[in-house]
Design a protein around this ligand. Sequence first.
Ligand code: NAP
Length: 272
Amino acid sequence: MPVASNRPCALVTGANRGLGLETARQLAASGLRVIATSRDPADARAAAAALAGKVDDGAVEPLPVALDVADPASIAAAVDHLRGAATSIDVLVNNAGVSLDGFDARVARATLATNFFGPLRVTEALLPLMSAGGVVVMVSSGMGELGGLDPGLRARFTDAALTRDALVDLMDAFVADVAAGRHRERGWPSNAYRVSKIGLNALVRVWAPQLAERRIAINAVCPGWVRTDMGGRGASRSVDKGAASIVWAATHPAGGSGPTGGFFRDGRAIDW
Ligand code: NAP
C-alpha cells in the first residue's frame, strides 16, 4: 500500500483478537506499517478490516497466508511469502499464545508448541528478514517469573552458560517428565503455561547477547492480567493498557537502540 510502504514494518502473531489485535492497532497508530498474521488468513483479513478507519489506510495489512506458530510448515510457508514480497521486518511481536485447560502430557506438549517453540521458530525464521535496529518482543507473563520454582531448575534456567539447544532439551524434558509421571519429583510445577513462559524468558536471556551483535534488541513483556478471551472478564486490566505494555517494548526507543535482554511491564523492568 503506497501510504504505508516506506514505514518501519512490524509483524504481529495472533493479531486477530485480544492483545494481538490491539497491539496491531497501537503500532499502526504510532506510525508503523503492521502485518497482521493469524493461523486462519480469513481472521487476519477480518482484523485488518476491523482496524480500517481507526488507523491510516493500508497501515495494517493482513498476511494472506496462515501463520500457525505451532506448525513449522506454516511458519516456513509464511516466511517464504514474506521473502517473495521482499518484506523487511523491523519489529517482531511474538504475541500468539494459549492457556489450555487441564494438565497432562498432551496439554504440556501443545502449550509448549505454541508458547515456547512457536516464538522460537518464528523468530529464527524471520531473523534473516530483520536488519540492524530491529526489535523482537516476546509476549510473556508474570507467570513466567522464577520465584517459587524448584532451586535446581531455577539454576538451570538462569545458568549463564545456557544455550538455545540446552534450553530446548530442558523444555522437551518437561514434556517427557509429565508423560512419565515424574515431573513433580524433577521439580517441575504442574502448570504447562507457567513452564512455557519460564522457558520463553530464558530464551530472551540466551539470545540477547547474540542478537546484540547484529544490533537487534529482544525483550520479554508482561502485559498484566488483561480482559481478553484468555484473561477473562474479571481481569484487572483493559486490553489497551495491556497492549501498551507490549507496544512500549516494540517502539522504545525507535531503531532498536533501547534495552535488550530484559523483562518489562508498563515500561518498567520486573524480576525474572
Ligand atoms: P487470546 O485473547 O486468547 O488470544 C490469543 C491469540 O493467539 C489469538 O489471536 C489466537 O488465534 C492466537 N493463537 C493461539 N494459538 C496460535 C497459533 N498456534 N498460531 C497462531 N496464533 C495462535 O489471548 P491474549 O490474552 O490476547 O494473549 C496474547 C498473549 O498475551 C499470549 O501470549 C498470552 O500468554 C499473553 N498474556 C496474556 C495475559 C492476559 O491476562 N490476557 C496475561 C499475560 C500474558 P486464534 O483466534 O486462531 O485462536
